[in-house]
Design a binder for this molecule. Sequence first.
Ligand SMILES: Nc1ncnc2c1ncn2[C@@H]1O[C@H](COP(=O)(O)OP(=O)(O)OP(=O)(O)O)[C@@H](O)[C@H]1O
Length: 576
Amino acid sequence: MKKLLRYLKPFKKQVILGPLFKLTEAIFELLVPTLMAHIIDRGVGRSDLPYVWKMGALIVGLGVVGLGCALTCQYFAARTSQGVGTLLRQDMFKKIGQLSHRELDQFGTATLITRVTSDVNQLQVAVAMLIRLVVRAPFLVIGATVMAMTIDLKMSLIFLAAIPLIGLTLYVVMKKTVPFYRTIQKKLDRIGTVSRENLEGVRVIRAFSRQEQEKARFDDASGDLAGTSVRVGRVSALLNPLTSIIMNFGIIAILYFGGYQVNSGALSQGQIIALVNYMTQILLALVVVANLVVIFTKASASATRVSEVLETVPSIAQQPGAAVPAPTAGCPKVQLRDVDFRYFTGENALTDISFAVQPGQTVGIIGGTGAGKSTLVNLLPRFYDAVAGTVEIDGQDVRQWPLDALRAQFGLVPQQARLFTGTIRENLLWQVPDATDEQLWRALDIAQASEFVQKLPQGLDAPVQQGGKNLSGGQRQRLTIARALVGMPPILILDDSASALDFATDAALRAALARIEGSTVFIVSQRVSAIKNADLVLVLDDGQLVGSGTHHQLMDSCQVYREICLSQLSEEEAAQ
Ligand SMILES: Nc1ncnc2c1ncn2[C@@H]1O[C@H](COP(=O)(O)OP(=O)(O)OP(=O)(O)O)[C@@H](O)[C@H]1O
């Protein structure tokens, strides 16, 4: 929490002045019971109407000025809390953008969303309360006790007995409930995960008629949260009755002992009423203190979660002295030497991978589900770092490359065709913002997408809805291929990105790709037809490179490749 205090710095003025205004309001509030006592004793007691009017006007005046102070403080608190929230969200968003895939995998999307939204909200509430109530509430407790002492020292003993009792009650209730507030935050994450999966996978859920099971999963997550909240609520519900009982006993004591004092003339009726009012003020202030403890406990759990994100050091960062290597004749475009890789979950996803690819070659990567194909291509633009061995581009370890320059080498078509809200043109301009229409149409031509884009009434300016959901799966895939082609990148990676294309379009796409000059192309696919004509075919099996060579070489030498080919093609087709 301490580390986040720096976010208050830009709001120093508000953080200092806000509580001062609130303090002024509290002082006025403390004066009111004493003024009321005067009105009762002098004004009402002696039928002095002008005095009642004068003091009444004074109380109203104090109320108006107090209101002004409270509103000013409220304004400062709102500005500061909103400002701190905005800065925190901006920094978190920036940091999440810098995190490598490893850290993103470790956190998980749902918790990151909860942290940027709900946890930051919690901190905003804490900041507002810090300005509005942290000084005011304890001040009222102490101030009201002191005021009671100035009225009558003996009677104030009742206060000194009641306050620790109320304090003890608050302490016991807090001790029982506070640990739960931390778990509640985690349970919110779980609801986030289930909701997200359901919203994103709504079609699959309906197709498999899994609504009931998913509803049960959601009910389970929300029931779990509700259960904890109810447990907290049950204990917290004791707070008000218990403190009220103690306070009312205090008031009874004031009236009882005060009655004797009034009879003996040591105290006036007005003073008794003032003492009762001070007792009420103390109770209300202590309840506020209890709420503050809850708010700050929640905020401290949120602060830890927010800090975890902000303090995560991205494992993939540009090294000092990183530079683009000078071109060397005969140097492979891509080379892997003895590469091992594992995800944070533990086991090796790739083991001892070595191969070299010459510039302009087309490389096919084939293998069963989970063999490590996507993992392999994700190492090339340094989405992940190898745990052993080296990945080299143009003869230089990717870790020695400036990150931007390295990523600019690649045109990536991921497995899931993701488009962003905007127009087709805006989506195509991602890598090369100043690309001409001619470049865009050329990319669309190669990606076999120009025909359908031409048919759209707005052409390149046709709108793309969130995630591209107004387009078909095949259209989305073609646009993501075109997006990667716009800059004619030196290395193009197509990660199983033709799966939604029919065979004829897939073949036309591959023929068009083969005509591109200069680009080194990686085609990841489970279809033999997609990689058969590649200059180099890499065969992966359970994270190992079990074969590399041309189709014909592999048909003779690699058992796994032969089996894959013969499961999809006839002997004659495979032999062609
Ligand atoms: N983000 C991740 N975190 C943890 N493990 C992962 C992650 N991504 C992949 N894996 C694991 O790594 C292994 C290789 O996965 P990868 O996605 O590279 O396979 P693939 O050959 O591309 O499979 P497919 O053809 O089904 O896409 C699998 O066992 C998978 O469970």
